[in-house]
Design a protein around this ligand. Structure first.
Ligand code: C5P
Length: 389
């Protein structure tokens, strides 16, 4: 991998050359970037010697246009900031780019950043630092450490930078599982037409399904996203989007794509019923009596894909349950011939329709269970992709 080790001004900077050496020993190509404060602790010749590359620490030196941060971010597959001081963490969380390293950090996709925080325990415990780190993690940055132990300030506690070996291991573990082939994702609600201006719908926003499509694409898959009506947009070039409105349209699109797919994650909130007839004009109010709408059942897309599943194909469904959650989800897993079912319970505050966060339990056909904390839907999506692929 091509890695930039970014060094900021904490005493643990003295361990950075050792980290560079270990990463190179493991076969990575390494370049270093440092803040001015970091160079109070570790010297340019040391970093240039161990990395065998010029150090990046000045936005303009050697490049009158000041665009080296862009060419470096294009070059690098990963930026490891070690040590990451409270200062760089705060700047990154606020989008501040006022020197070479913070500018590079802002240019890098958050998923390609690993932070090894190091600071005094009290600074580490400060709500500002914790809030900033949570923000960075929610955007996709990973962290390693800090450990507990003797600190340079003479105290003991959390704040010690993870050892170079541990950071190098985190680099290796973080090389997320690549996902090959084509994956189908359904997302959003369906609209079941009553007449030319009315429909039966639901509150699904499509956020979970879109996050899943993005996570699969980021992991390397080609994604066929079949979406009900939403205002969301996709940007990843490996996502092909088909917009549908009704359950029957979603059924047609999904069943046509399924035989060509390696796997499918069906997160759409599909209406179980649709009006038996759909008027092609606006229905008029009649008299002063009520009105009865006759409903007929929609096809179950998930069950249909399950019944035609071939060896090697993975099928993942969602379950939104309000009572006997685990039991119901397990039954559904078996009945629909799924490999995994993702259960979200409406009992958990912050989980479910519309919101940006979710909390799920992933049940697999072999009986294993993974429970997530309350996380952003983006993070949940990454977790699901890692579990089910
Ligand atoms: O049976 P239930 O509707 O609770 O199952 C939910 C799961 O089934 C979700 O993954 C949803 O996308 C899928 N589903 C479907 N077609 C339907 C109804 C639900 O694909 N008609």
């Amino acid at each position: 991998m091509r890695i930039i080790v970014g060094i900021t001004g904490g005493i643990a900077a003295y361990k950075a050359p050792e980290l560079v050496r270990q990463l190179k020993k493991r076969g990575h190509e390494v370049r270093c970037a440092a803040t001015a404060h970091a160079l109070e602790f570790v010297t340019r010749p040391t970093l240039e010697t161990v990395s065998e590359a010029p150090l990046y620490c000045d936005l303009f030196a050697g490049n009158a246009h000041g665009t080296e941060h862009i060419s470096l971010k294009d070059w690098a597959e990963l930026l490891v900031v070690a040590p990451a001081t409270a200062n760089i963490i705060g700047k990154a969380a606020s989008g501040i780019a006022d020197d070479a390293l913070s500018t590079l950090l802002l240019a890098m996709a958050p998923e390609r950043v690993l932070l090894a925080p190091a600071m005094n325990s009290q600074m580490w415990a400060h709500p500002a630092v914790q809030r900033n780190l949570q923000q960075l993690k929610a955007w996709g940055m990973r962290t390693v450490g800090p450990a507990e132990g003797a600190l340079a300030c003479g105290t003991n506690g959390p704040g010690r930078m993870a050892e170079p070996t541990e950071i190098a291991d985190a680099v290796a573990n973080g090389e997320r599982k690549a996902v090959g082939g084509k994956w189908l994702v359904t997302a959003g609600p369906t609209y079941e037409k009553i007449d030319s201006v009315r429909f039966i719908g639901n509150y699904s926003s499509g956020k979970m399904g879109f996050a899943l499509a993005e996570a699969l694409a980021e992991a390397g898959a080609d994604v066929e996203l079949v979406s009900g009506p939403t205002h969301l947009t996709v940007s990843h070039p490996r996502i092909r989007r088909t917009d549908v409105e009704s359950a029957r349209e979603m059924y047609a699109a999904a069943t046509a794509l399924w035989p060509t797919c390696q796997g499918a994650i069906l997160s759409a909130a599909v209406a179980d019923y649709r009006p038996a007839t759909q008027a092609d004009h606006k229905l008029k109010k009649q008299g002063s009596d009520g009105m009865t709408l006759e409903l007929v059942q929609n096809p179950d897309i998930l069950a249909t894909l399950g019944s035609s599943k071939q060896t090697g194909q993975r099928l993942v469904g969602f379950a939104l349950e309000t009572n006997d959650e685990l039991q119901n989800a397990e039954k559904k897993l078996q009945r629909k011939n799924l490999d995994y079912i993702v259960l979200n319970s409406l009992r958990d505050a912050g989980a479910g329709f519309g919101v940006d966060t979710n909390k799920v339990t992933i049940l697999s056909a072999d009986g294993s269970r993974t429970e997530s904390p309350l996380m952003s839907k983006r993070e949940i999506a990454r977790l699901i992709v890692q579990e089910v692929t």
